[in-house]
Design a binder for this molecule. Structure first.
Ligand code: ADP
Ligand code: MG
Length: 263
């Protein structure tokens, strides 16, 4: 009818700005202290969906603390941290909501040693998400194939190499169907020959469009997949750029010093 074609139904957008749905993570004027120690200083960071961010910087500069604030493994004191449109506060419902969407992979794989690989992958889907066991196992096999170790499903973590365990840890995260993946030096505890197999999995994830924030010293990986490198020092983001410009034309002395030490 005429009224249907001429009168547009108003859409209530009062709760969102036009581009909100394209923003995965937004951090605004965020500060954090450990007691007296000012560990993160005025952090501003906006990550769009599908972006791949590499965070670099010297040991102790606050890289881990920053990404841990994104799933509230650490609490910030001032400013805002907004993940998938949800602002992280002490409201545990929101924390839960955010953690559902954010996977995290650590330097140490944190697999349960007394459970098989399959049990490690299906534990949370079954008990936290209430997914039927058979379906959880099917999903787990899918991701084990994706990280190229389906034949390890019935082994225990201790029977796997470090590189294989880290690939299990990535698969375990993926079983929860995250929208954002955080990586905290996922290869730095691995022997050199195992680093490549883990990085290959991460490159595959990037190619599939996963939003990723990766703390890593693997600058080859940064060049290959990052669309932005963020350099931190003493709790601040002091420089960020696309990889090519970041490596070829660092602006700050501290960045130059850092790059001269690791490249
Ligand atoms: P990075 O990951 O860049 O090496 P971190 O974020 O782990 O740095 O740590 C930043 C600083 O905060 C370091 O000086 C570290 O000692 C300190 N720190 C980290 N975690 C804690 C904590 N739980 N309590 C007190 N100080 C901490
Ligand atoms: Mg760290």
């Amino acid at each position: 009818s005429l009224s249907e074609t001429t009168v547009e139904k108003p859409v209530d957008r009062s709760h969102m700005s036009v581009s909100d749905t394209d923003v995965a993570v937004e951090i605004i004027g965020m500060n954090k202290w450990f007691g007296e120690f000012h560990v993160l200083r005025d952090i501003n960071l906006k990550v769009m969906r599908g972006e791949r961010i590499v965070i670099a910087g010297p040991s102790g500069s606050g890289k881990s603390t920053l990404i841990r604030c994104i799933n509230r493994l650490e609490e910030h004191q001032t400013g805002q941290v907004i993940v998938n449109g949800v602002e992280l506060t002490s409201d545990l419902k929101r924390v839960d909501e955010v953690r559902r969407e954010v996977g995290m992979v650590f330097q140490h794989f944190n697999l349960f040693p007394h459970l098989t690989i399959m049990q490690n992958l299906t534990l949370a889907p079954i008990w936290v998400r209430g997914i039927p066991k058979a379906q959880a196992e099917e999903t787990a096999m899918h991701y084990l194939e994706r990280v190229k170790i389906p034949e390890q499903a019935n082994k225990f973590p201790g029977q796997l190499s470090g590189g294989q365990q880290q690939r299990v840890a990535i698969a375990r995260s993926l079983c929860m169907n995250p929208k954002i993946m955080l990586f905290d030096e996922p290869t730095s505890a691995l022997d050199p020959e195992m680093i490549k197999e883990v990085l290959e999995v991460m490159v595959g994830l990037a190619e599939d469009g996963m939003t990723m924030l990766c703390v890593t010293h693997e600058m080859g990986f940064a060049r290959q997949v990052a669309n932005r490198v963020i350099f931190m020092d003493q709790g601040q983001i002091i420089e960020q750029n696309e990889p090519e410009a970041f490596f070829s034309n660092p602006q700050h002395e501290r960045t130059k010093l850092f790059l001269s030490q690791i490249l």
